[in-house]
Design a protein. Structure first.
Length: 325
């Protein structure tokens, strides 16, 4: 039953003559999670059942790999991948040993977390704020992290900031557990003093641990606990009306609010340029815009996720691009 690896541009095989009496159809192959060395994929079967599935791809060495999957499954985790690498996955649905349908998707694995630091325990000794590698201080000079503070909180994101009162770090790593209890790590460059953590859940307690690294070694750590805002604090984006012409009543009620800044303040009117897509991957989008007139204090990007839940991403007023993960 070993299937040949498809070409880089596989074509769905003709199914009119080979199909079973009940035509089985595969739904879209989607990426549900990505890590530096693993990818989780999911799919649906809108019509008919399949006896089994076969996932095929090439590993980092270019060798073909095939992963058999039972016909009841609707998801699979592919382990043993390499960080920051593009993979093309092909999912085949089989009936009677024949390929009936297939879907493909491209995925880029996450970058490796520096030193693959273990996630700290859920109850660290916060009062023990001491460098974790004291023996290196004599060689490198004393370097210390300032307190980790919260600068803003929304139902789905948190802005954190810190200082470095002594010395300097090569980089930072922020670690926490997501709503499903899975460890997450966010790499931050050594010149940064703030970070936005997106993709959180409303009204949930999170513990964040910030590590300062030099020569890929943990020198110091600070931690903080945060509870995200309630979901009703977030105004749902007006996505339901964006594709439809608004009613006259809606337009009349919204228009005065939109024009208020012109009449209430003598400041120059701030104008947003066109919102453009600069890059797209299977699980991220990079957007960019301009500000042709005046300036804004800040921006707020709102959208609905795959489950239809409203998401909001705060952005500082100097930015002209954002990546939505």
């Amino acid at each position: 039953d070993e299937l040949p690896l498809p070409s880089e541009e596989p074509k769905t095989e003709a199914t009119s003559s080979d199909a079973m009496p009940e035509q089985a159809v595969l739904g879209e192959l989607k990426v549900s999670s990505v890590r530096p060395n693993a990818v989780q994929l999911q799919w649906s079967v809108p019509l008919g059942p399949f006896d089994s599935f076969m996932l095929q791809y090439r590993d980092a060495q270019g060798q073909p790999q095939a992963l058999p999957i039972n016909g009841e499954s609707r998801s699979v985790t592919v382990p043993g991948l390499s960080p920051s690498r593009r993979y093309r996955f092909h999912l085949y649905g089989l009936q009677g040993g024949k390929r009936i349908d297939h879907m493909s998707t491209d995925v880029i694995t996450d970058a490796a977390v520096p030193e693959q630091l273990p996630l700290p325990s859920e109850e660290p000794q916060l009062e023990d704020h001491k460098p974790e590698q004291p023996q290196t201080e004599a060689d490198q000079g004393r370097v210390v992290l300032g307190k980790l503070r919260v600068s803003s909180v929304t139902p789905n994101s948190v802005d954190l900031q810190w200082s470095v009162p002594e010395g300097s770090f090569d980089s930072f790593t922020l670690q926490y557990r997501d709503a499903q209890g899975q460890p997450q790590a966010l790499a931050v460059d050594g010149g940064s003093r703030s970070v936005t953590v997106p993709g959180l859940s409303p009204s949930r307690r999170y513990r964040f641990h910030l590590y300062g690294l030099r020569d890929r070694k943990r020198i110091d750590r600070v931690s903080t606990d945060i509870v995200t805002a309630e979901s009703e604090d977030l105004r749902s984006p007006s996505m339901d009306t964006s594709s439809e012409a608004p009613t006259t009543e809606d337009h009349q009620s919204a228009h005065p609010r939109a024009e208020a800044p012109q009449t209430e303040a003598p400041l120059a009117r701030a104008v947003l340029g066109e919102l453009k897509v600069s890059s797209v991957t299977p699980n991220t989008v990079q957007l960019q815009w301009s500000v042709p007139e005046a300036f804004f204090d800040s921006f707020m990007l709102q959208y609905r996720d795959a489950q239809g839940q409203p998401q909001a991403l705060p952005i500082d007023g100097e930015s002209r691009s954002v990546t939505v993960p």
